[in-house]
Design a protein around this ligand. Structure first.
Ligand SMILES: [Zn+2]
Length: 228
């Protein structure tokens, strides 16, 4: 049975660089108010029912203004999305990423943070007052604390500067915590990129990168995800 003609379908497989270019192109369409909304029609829905081949994993903050398919102008079957407050990592997050890169062969992982992140602000408040939040919210705050320590050591005090450091920290912690992901990156089959999104402008910019031919990411102060 032949598949219907589909707009926005990418060649398979694609390289990490092609996947990144596709995301950046989609974000430009979104920013300029000219989205194409690819792969959101009924024909495409039926076409991808057989199986998924997402070209990027997005590990993003849960913030309601950070919907991945909207800000990258993509549709069904394109993005494998994992979201937690402050893109904090835990075993389930890492397992989901490993599923995408090793089983689905997704060539790109994006850590997506944003300015004015509430999780980062909550962690900063907790650190400043010495008061940990109750319930499971504490796990979110604890996940951000290593980034706060790193920002403090670097003399960065503004919230958006701290956010950028937290994005880079998440990229490095993910690679340091997942041997499977690190192996895919070392083999050149996958890249990990950190991006920061601006809520007002709608644009993303790259703030961290880990690829086989680039500088290797160094695991720093990796959270104890197995105990989360
Ligand atoms: Zn956030």
């Amino acid at each position: 049975m032949s598949r219907p003609e589909r707009s926005g379908v990418l060649p398979d497989p694609i390289s990490p660089q092609q996947a990144l270019a596709e995301l950046q192109a989609g974000n430009r369409r979104f920013v300029t108010g000219a989205p194409r909304h690819p792969n959101q029609d009924a024909g495409h829905r039926a076409a991808v029912a057989d199986g998924q081949h997402p070209f990027a994993v997005v590990v993003g903050c849960s913030d309601s203004r950070l919907a991945a398919e909207i800000i990258f102008d993509r549709g069904l079957g394109d993005l494998f999305v994992v979201r937690t407050a402050g893109h904090t990592l835990g075993a389930e997050v890492l397992g989901s990423v490993e599923y995408a890169v090793t089983v689905l062969r997704t060539p790109l992982v994006v850590v997506l943070g944003h300015d004015s992140c509430g999780a980062v602000q909550a962690a900063r408040t907790a650190a400043a007052t010495g008061t940990a939040p109750g319930g499971h919210l504490r796990a979110v705050v604890d996940g951000v604390l290593p980034s706060l320590r790193r920002a403090e050591a670097a003399g960065v005090v503004d919230i958006d500067g701290i956010v950028d450091i937290h994005i880079a920290q998440t990229v490095e912690a993910m690679l340091g915590s997942s041997a499977a992901l690190a192996a895919e990156v070392d083999a050149g089959r996958c890249a990990v990129v950190g991006m920061s999104y601006r809520l007002t402008a709608g644009e993303v910019r790259t703030v961290a990168e880990a690829a086989a031919d680039g500088p290797s990411a160094t695991p720093v102060d990796v959270p104890a995800v197995s105990a989360a």
